[in-house]
Design a protein around this ligand. Structure first.
Ligand code: NAP
Ligand code: ZN
Ligand code: ZN
Length: 349
């Protein structure tokens, strides 16, 4: 049974994504069926498609920055109505009973179910993500989108937005705090915008000369070119919080040096072992922290969306058709996008 839908899938780690037809499950009583309008392209999609983080199962329909409209609801759905604009982020389910689930941190549940490249908890079927016409998700994992926000530019809030919002909240960023973001990409540009909206003084660390004007336009107060030793020296001991979005291994020691005493370097980009080794003296002698963060829970994601609605914060996007997906992956790898690709899913019809 179920519904046949069109989508785009990867069939291996080294072949292009191609059109793919598959089945979405019949609605369960607490499910919402969503017609997908817009869908972002996160760097994580490339990591998964290319098996960067270990062997994956194919076919894979990626994506977890989804904006759509409710087209059907199950018998016990109370939170959503037909026609409402909604969002789906990186999670579509979790065990709903462990410590993390009971503390609104579903992202740290041992049995959470990612939106794609995972298995449904009930029937073991593969989860397929946003590069598709429709998605069916339990109402507990569906989000309300503030009415004043542009729909296409809101899609990246569902992953990039919450991934930077969560550490900014956890470290109580308010006006006067000195915050830095490393890397001006999808996550980084949202980090600048949201930290600025919280009142922080914001610095961008970038390896790329030429992004300075964009960074200031996005709200940064300062830009530090990370390949310049003198510029790095000039910000030693400065920041209360640094969010590191670099997707690949890199030396974190210079960024730890840039923290003020008690400051925290939060890794969100690179999953793996760090080289060169991390020097512990600044951690011990200045009380600095090196830590990480994974997206955010559902309640915090709704809080982030409401915050963005109240402050008119959305992503800077380049809208593309789904047929352009493989070229977009290549351009994203070269940081050639300002600053998030979003797919107009009408192009799939
Ligand atoms: P992105 O748009 O490609 O941005 C990454 C930025 O990092 C680039 O724009 C570039 O900025 C810098 N960069 C890229 N390659 C680099 C390299 N080899 N060395 C140094 N800097 C480099 O990617 P994104 O979508 O923002 O995602 C960033 C990372 O976060 C990915 O690994 C993704 O999987 C991960 N992620 C994690 C979470 C989480 O919950 N923790 C959520 C979403 C994504 P400059 O040119 O300005 O230096
Ligand atoms: Zn993502
Ligand atoms: Zn759980």
């Amino acid at each position: 049974m179920g519904t046949v839908v069109k989508g785009y899938a990867a069939h291996s780690s080294d072949t292009p994504l191609v059109p793919f037809t598959f089945n979405r499950r019949d609605l369960r009583e607490d499910d919402v069926e969503i017609d997908i309008l817009y869908c972002g392209i996160c760097h994580t999609d490339i990591h998964h498609v290319r098996s960067d983080w270990g062997k994956e199962e194919y076919p894979m329909v990626p994506e977890h920055e989804i904006i759509g409209r409710v087209t059907k609801v199950g018998g016990k759905v109370t939170r959503f109505k037909l026609g409402q604009t909604v969002g789906v982020g990186c999670l579509v389910d979790s065990c709903r009973e462990c410590f993390s689930c009971n503390h609104h941190q579903e992202q740290y549940c041992d049995n959470f179910v990612p939106t794609y490249a995972s298995k449904d908890r009930h029937d073991g079927s593969p989860t397929y993500g946003g590069y598709s016409e429709k998605i069916i998700v339990s109402q507990n994992f569906v989000l309300h989108i503030p009415e004043n926000l542009d729909l296409a530019s809101s899609a990246p809030l569902l992953c990039a937005g919450i991934t930077v919002f969560s550490p900014l909240r956890r470290w109580n960023v308010t006006s006067g705090k000195k915050v830095a973001v490393i890397g001006l990409g999808g996550l980084g540009h949202m980090g600048i915008k949201i930290a600025k909206a919280m009142g922080a003084e914001v610095t961008l660390f970038s390896r790329s000369k030429g992004k300075e004007d964009d960074a200031y336009a996005l709200g940064a107060d300062n830009v530090v070119i990370s390949t310049s030793e003198s510029q790095m020296r000039s910000v030693r001991g400065t920041f209360d919080l640094i969010i590191d979005t670099i997707p690949y291994n890199h030396d974190v020691n210079p960024y730890i040096n840039a923290l003020a005493p008690d400051g925290a370097l939060v890794l969100v980009g690179y999953f793996g072992a760090l080289e060169p080794r991390v020097e512990t003296v600044p951690l011990i002698a200045r009380g600095k922290s090196l830590t990480g963060s994974l997206i955010g829970g559902l309640a915090e994601t709704q809080e982030m969306l409401d915050f963005c609605g109240a402050n008119n914060v959305v992503a800077d996007i380049e809208l593309i058709d789904i047929q352009e997906i493989n070229g977009a992956f290549e351009r994203l790898l070269k940081s050639d996008v300002k600053y998030r690709f979003v797919i107009d899913m009408q192009s799939l019809k």
